[in-house]
Design a protein around this ligand. Structure first.
Ligand SMILES: [Zn+2]
Length: 80
């Protein structure tokens, strides 16, 4: 007899440390792509930020990004 168990991926949140082992909701991640530049402005290294996130942290960080983007947009509109 032969039985194959499917692979299970457990994501441990880089922010709160919770895992999604028993969660049936989403998990995800955040990648901020960024290049480190040398004095002449040439990209010399990957300075990206990558985080695995549980559903709760994913929602909160998404909300924070949207809120901050809204504030930046308002600041720009006020200056114009
Ligand atoms: Zn989390």
């Amino acid at each position: 007899m032969r039985k194959t168990t499917p692979e299970i991926t457990i994501v441990i949140c880089d922010v709160c440390g919770n895992d999604d082992k028993y969660s049936h909701s989403h998990h995800g991640g955040l990648i901020i792509k960024r290049d480190a530049l040398d004095f002449s402005g040439a990209a010399v290294a990957d300075a990206s930020v990558k985080r695995d996130l549980c559903n709760a942290c994913l929602l909160r960080i998404e909300k924070a990004i949207n809120n901050e983007a809204g504030l930046i947009k308002k600041e720009k509109e006020t200056k114009e």
